[in-house]
Ligand binder design. Structure first.
Ligand code: ZN
Length: 231
């Protein structure tokens, strides 16, 4: 991801890598352990994630094209392009507090789309831009660094800044989906243990997005610092 070889050994670069790795491992470990804890706690009524998602959709008056099972662990997502909820097997069929929390969070994204939630629209609009920029910025940066063309390095940083913007816009979208999930579970009359567990699972999931955003901001600051030094 980084290109330290152009600058020789560099303490700030090493620090950046260590902090990014620690943040990544810590947040991934935290979501896995929190999820594992609450996936052992049965949801009152033993409803599966898919059932709870259907009830939340009905409560919010929102329709989706379908609820499909997706392979893998914690691979759950809502795809606004086909208006479909994709739930991992464990959350689709599992009847735990964790599966209800994740299913309701993804349903929260479907509700955002149905309601025209603006940060969600901005995020969707940024997806193709970010896909383009994230594959291009490093090539432009390397060419700029090799040929010592500071204009190219600046262009690379502008391209990279789009992915930072994307990570930042993702935060309110994720917080809002979790907020909708908890609000639904509360009004549906679930007990305090369920609400506490769902909050813990969704907070742990949110931390992974916060860590990703922090990491990309640090990268951006680092790239800016390096470019200024060269100039
Ligand atoms: Zn989400």
């Amino acid at each position: 991801m980084y290109i330290p070889m152009f600058y020789g050994f560099n303490w700030s670069y090493l620090l950046l890598v260590i902090v990014s790795l620690v943040l990544g491992f810590a947040t991934q470990g935290y979501i896995r352990s929190t999820y594992s804890t609450w996936s052992k706690v049965p949801l009152p009524g033993r409803k599966s994630g898919a059932e709870v998602a259907r009830e939340m959709l009905a409560y919010d008056g929102v329709q989706v094209a379908g609820i499909l099972a997706t392979p893998g662990e914690l691979t759950d997502h809502y795809d606004p392009r086909d208006n479909t909820l994709h739930l991992s097997n464990e959350n689709m069929n599992g009847g735990s507090v964790a599966s209800a929390a994740v299913a309701c969070h993804e349903t929260g994204h479907a509700v955002q789309t149905a309601r025209g939630y603006v940060p969600g629209k901005i995020r969707s609009a940024l997806v193709p831009v970010v896909n383009f920029c994230s594959s291009l910025w490093m090539i432009v940066f390397i060419i700029g660094a090799f040929m010592a063309i500071s204009g190219l390095m600046t262009l690379a940083i502008i391209l990279f800044a789009f992915s930072v913007l994307f990570q930042l816009v993702t935060l309110p979208v994720e917080f809002d989906a979790s907020h909708r999930a908890i609000a639904y579970l509360r009004q549906a009359g679930y007990d305090d243990t369920t609400l506490r567990g769902a909050k813990k699972v969704l907070t742990a999931a949110a931390l992974t997005y916060v860590a990703a955003a922090l990491t990309s901001i640090m990268q951006l600051v680092y790239l800016l610092g390096q470019t200024n030094r060269r100039n």
